[in-house]
Design a protein around this ligand. Sequence first.
Ligand SMILES: Nc1ncnc2c1ncn2[C@@H]1O[C@H](COP(=O)(O)OP(=O)(O)OP(=O)(O)O)[C@@H](O)[C@H]1O
Ligand SMILES: [Mg+2]
Length: 386
Amino acid sequence: MGARPRFESLPGWAQFLILRCAMPFLLVAAALIPELIVKRFFPYPFLFLFFGAVIASAWFGGMAAGLFAVVFSMLAVDYFFLPPVYSFSVNATAGSYLAAFVICAMVGSWVSSSKKKTEEALKDVRDELEHRVSDRTAALMKTQAELDHLSRVLSMGELTASIAHEIKQPLTAVVAHGHACVEWLSASPPNLERARQTAEKIIGEGTRAGAVLSRIRALFKKEIPLKDWLDINELVQEMITFLRQEALARHISIQTELAGGLPKVEADHVQLQQVLLNLMMNAMDAMAGTNDRRKELLLRSRRESANEILVQIEDCGIGLSPDTAGRIFEPFFTTKPQGIGMGLSISRSIIESHKGRLWATPRPAGGAIFQFAIPVHSQDTDADAD
Ligand SMILES: Nc1ncnc2c1ncn2[C@@H]1O[C@H](COP(=O)(O)OP(=O)(O)OP(=O)(O)O)[C@@H](O)[C@H]1O
Ligand SMILES: [Mg+2]
């Protein structure tokens, strides 16, 4: 392990001597010893081990080392194997044999050193490729992180846009009640009692708009929602009271199948009202274009499992077409001329912030079932006892 750094710290000339001269010399000497031993058993010179020494020298030391190995092998062959033996002089026949040996050795050296060069070039390319791949991977991961951040920022932007939608309904009600109030006051004689009731409704709607704003802002800033122990059935009844007039105006009957004895859930009151409002309004919108059947909105609640309460909003409306079903939870996806397309995405994010799930399925007899499951905490047992 430590030998290589020590070799590389040697001066250039020492490296040259060791790698280009000493190594080929030692390899040729190492080949010579067995050659001399086997010489006695072969009638012809057995020179193959010298080729091995030349090829190894060219492989480890490059072309120059290969050439030195060729020279050392040639001298050894000439001295020890070709007649007259133990002399560097050669006769004509031995000379041509030696020339053939040298040519073969040089070709071996060239092939070996160029193969090594190709391998080294390949290794360099591979290393560079690996380096670039790891650079690109790091860059991609950085981009991914930036994209994640961007998508978070964008979805926050979408939530900001949704605030307008979420307060649209109470504001519309404020304006409508405002007009009604003026009407009651301008009647002769003015109906002060009805005007007072309408003004109270205005205050109620205004307060609700304010509450909606602050809760959505809390969601947007990822603040923890204002959680309280809620009775889901009470919440459903509250929303039915709230939307009764609207349903009457649209000739829709609201039915309930609410399971008794459900444990309370820890949830943000206004946020869950928002979810139910969105889902019920959507269900009523979906039934607007269906005149061939009874318009019925069915609200169900039941204990889904030991840890979840399920709330279902079932309508007999137009239903979910296969091409829109996959997109309805996308922000700004709407099929309504006046729709913003934020109701479902906000509802889902509210339910998910309560660690629940919200999804939709087609109603077998036509229409759609939107449902959410909300977890029941261990304290519910205590809450039930209250
Ligand atoms: N009960 C339902 N039946 C059939 N399609 C529905 C139902 N609820 C939602 N959808 C489809 O999902 C789309 C998205 O609903 P979402 O509540 O997100 O937006 P919207 O109702 O179109 O607009 P708004 O932002 O005003 O609520 C609707 O436009 C409608 O096509
Ligand atoms: Mg909607």
